[in-house]
Design a protein around this ligand. Structure first.
Ligand code: B1M
Length: 212
């Protein structure tokens, strides 16, 4: 088994220490940082994402795999920057105003990072204007809004409106999700996309960003 395949396999199993060591080994073997990222780490997260969608693995397995990916990424980040490898896009992710639930939002952040995006985590209880401001500051192409309450999901509309008011429609797309959110609601408020779970959020971010 190649070192890249070993990285993928150990990431799926959530073995952070082994992933870290294998990434160091791959670097020592002079494998390109972009290949270590795409063919090792990201392919592991993509497999975990697919299994999560099919309910073959659950939240804890995803969190453990994401921790292993982080361990590998810590080694790789400086090398990727030095090699000029660009992220697939930048996403500002936050839980909307009035809402303090962040477990799903954090999973979405991890899956997006696992798909190759740069994440700006805006946190919880985020004002719509704050999301827009962070998108501007970080030159983001996407805003991801999460809501878990029927009383706060309406604040997603304010995010869409804040993006419009800032003249950023088209340049910055808005994707939404969370337990009470539906595609019909996304259509109603004019969001650019809806994803039912964190793995689908990564697929949607790629689609909205026009990348594979
Ligand atoms: Co709250 N809570 N809660 N809560 N809480 C729910 C959501 C609730 C359904 C429980 C219930 O009554 N059965 C209910 C909402 C009812 C409703 O509006 N329909 C509820 C309520 C009422 C409340 C309070 C009002 C309770 C009170 O104080 N009276 C209060 C509100 C506080 C506030 O936000 N202002 C409250 C507080 C809390 C805690 C703080 C105690 C805690 C949150 C801790 C935390 O997040 N750090 C909490 C929890 C844990 C829950 C439940 C039990 C679990 C939520 C969760 O983390 N799920 C929840 C009941 C339940 O869902 N069974 C409940 C796991 C997580 C992985 O799933 O977040 O759905 P989820 O994320 C999924 C997808 O939805 C999707 O991907 C994720 C992974 O696949 N997704 C996205 C999420 N965001 C996305 C964004 C995307 C795309 C996909 O694109 C950007």
């Amino acid at each position: 088994m190649s070192v890249l395949e070993q990285i993928t396999e150990n990431l799926i199993k959530g073995k952070a220490k082994d992933v870290k060591e294998l990434v160091a080994k791959a670097v020592a073997e002079k494998i390109k940082p972009a290949d270590i990222l795409n063919k090792g780490l990201l392919s592991g997260m993509s497999i975990i994402g697919e299994r999560f969608k099919k309910n073959e693995v659950y939240v804890p397995e995803v969190l453990i795999a994401a921790r292993a990916m982080k361990a590998g990424m810590e080694q790789l980040k400086p090398l990727l920057a030095a090699a000029g490898v660009q992220p697939k896009g930048t996403v500002v992710v936050g839980t909307v105003k009035g809402d303090l639930h962040d477990i799903g939002k954090n999973l979405v952040c991890m899956m997006l990072e696992g798909a190759g995006f740069k994440i700006v985590d805006a946190g919880i209880n985020v004002e719509p204007d704050k999301m827009v401001q962070l998108a501007k500051e970080n030159n983001a192409n996407l805003i991801g809004a999460s809501a878990l309450l029927t009383t706060t999901m309406t604040n997603m509309k304010s995010v869409v409106e804040a993006v419009k008011a800032a003249g950023m429609s088209g340049k910055v797309k808005v994707m939404i999700g969370g337990a009470p959110v539906t595609q019909a609601f996304a259509d109603e408020i004019g969001a650019d996309g809806y994803a039912p779970d964190a793995a689908s959020a990564a697929d949607l971010a790629k689609k909205l960003s026009g990348v594979k």
